[in-house]
Design a protein around this ligand. Structure first.
Ligand SMILES: [Zn+2]
Length: 456
């Protein structure tokens, strides 16, 4: 149809050349991420993000990168599995204190303070918060298990996050779980998704970064790590997290939350969990976002006064019935976990600030490792001696978050999240100005001539 439209539009005009461009994009392998190269050219930091996070081997299989041979330093999939809690008695140690219980009361709010929970629980956030959230969604009934199996599974997964990672640790998993639950609770997902899909999303959130080595997929490819070899350089980390999550789940009956599911339910749940974990790969960011925008445009009419009136009368669902297809539901689930995974810049500013410094620290360590091993430096901007964390944060928001959360707010009606993101965007710009001024005045003090000695 496009070819026909192009032919009939005649040559040399604006429509003809626009259609030429459209056809070029459609023929490329980057169907839904056509503007990735445009954003890349904007500035070096944007280019760092796209190269470093959107693993170019997955974006463009023709990229002929030079990979330097180095010995692996990251533990591979064959690393020892941690053993879960096996008896009811031992679970008593995870009984939350009164202080933790009172904090957990707020687990369904956007301002939930996960960092405070981390310090109150000595970094064991995933079990108490997980129990609370899975309970809230009726997971134990749906899975046919008791609380002890759930707690044991959460502990097992938690133990397989690396507590030494500045960012990709069990607290991040718990944070993503909390955000996932928050989004699932909103009206549209509540109406569209069934209980099994909700539980799949919560499980996916818990395992989505398990055994993360605090290095990116590109780093694993560049070091010829066993995981990169195993997954043929494609979505290395995400494939590993999904596989490792299931491997751990099936390790022992005591902690197997899926052991009582019928084959059919199990297969459908497993499919959804894997699909969601793989959707957290940043290389697919623009593809998933574009598909979601298209899905909304095709099925959701802009809300007018009339619609609002109809809504209160309960007849609005007909115009959104198109949303309820298996592929659309899957795409919504992908967005739930994707948005949850990168939602910490939209948290209360004091939390967003902490997360920003943690991710920067993890990137700094990777850059140092790359220099030490004489590897290509994937994100040179993240050099601890020169990096401006405020700049890196608001650039990340510009490239990946502002547009996504604007659409996500349009879909979920979560102005508190989108407005907080915008507030933090302004916060980081202000901090950058402040830091620049401090630096300038420090330089001025250093270079100003010493006060002349008073002549007696
Ligand atoms: Zn994550």
């Amino acid at each position: 149809m496009l070819y026909e439209a192009q032919t009939s539009s005649g040559t040399g005009n604006i429509v003809h050349s626009a259609l030429e461009k459209v056809l070029d994009i459609l023929q490329s392998t980057e169907l839904f991420s056509p503007h990735i190269h445009q954003v890349k050219e904007e500035d070096p930091l944007t280019s760092d993000y796209v190269d470093g996070l959107c693993d170019r081997t997955a974006i463009n299989s023709q990229t002929n990168r030079q990979i330097y041979g180095q010995k692996n330093s990251i533990s591979s999939s064959s690393s020892k599995l941690q053993v879960g809690v096996s008896s009811r008695q031992s679970l008593s140690m995870y009984k939350p204190s009164a202080e933790v219980q009172s904090l957990l009361q707020g687990n369904a709010t956007w301002s939930f303070d996960i960092i405070q929970l981390e310090s109150l629980t000595n970094k064991n956030v995933l079990v108490p918060l997980g129990i609370k959230i899975f309970e809230r969604f009726g997971a134990m009934e749906l899975l046919g298990i008791d609380e002890h199996v759930m707690a044991s599974w959460l502990k097992l997964i938690s133990d397989n996050y690396h507590s030494g990672n500045p960012y990709h640790n069990a607290t991040h998993a718990a944070d993503v779980l909390q955000a996932t639950a928050y989004f699932l609770d909103k009206m549209r997902p509540k109406k569209l998704l069934d209980a099994q899909e909700e539980i799949a999303a919560l499980i996916a959130a818990v395992i989505h970064d398990v055994d993360h080595p605090a290095r990116s997929s590109s780093f694993l490819v560049n070091t010829k790590n066993d995981l990169a070899i195993l997954y043929n350089d494609i979505a290395v980390l995400e494939n590993h997290h999904a596989a490792k999550g299931f491997q751990l789940t099936h390790k022992s009956d005591n902690s197997n939350i899926l052991k009582n599911l019928d084959r059919e339910v199990y297969e459908s749940l497993r499919h959804n969990v894997i699909d969601m974990v793989l959707a957290t790969e940043m290389a697919k960011h623009f593809e998933h976002l574009q598909k979601f925008i298209h899905l909304c445009a095709a099925n959701i009419k802009p809300v007018s006064e009339d619609d609002l009136e109809k809504k209160s009368g309960g007849s609005s669902s007909a115009m959104e019935s198109g949303l309820d297809s298996p592929e659309n539901r899957r795409q919504i689930l992908r967005m739930v976990i994707k948005c949850a995974d990168v939602s910490n810049p939209a948290r209360d500013t004091h939390l967003a600030d902490r997360w920003a410094r943690r991710i920067a620290e993890e990137y700094f360590q990777q850059t140092e490792d790359e220099h030490r091993k004489n590897l290509p430096v994937m994100m040179p901007h993240f050099d601890r001696n020169t990096c401006s964390i405020p700049h890196s944060q608001y650039k990340f928001m510009e490239v990946f978050l502002l547009s996504m959360f604007e659409h996500w707010d349009g879909f979920l009606d979560i102005p508190e999240v989108y407005e907080q993101l915008q507030k933090n965007y302004k916060y980081w710009k202000d901090v950058e100005i402040q830091e620049k001024q401090e630096k300038q005045s420090a330089v001025a003090t250093e270079t100003s001539p010493a006060t002349p000695a008073v002549l007696s």
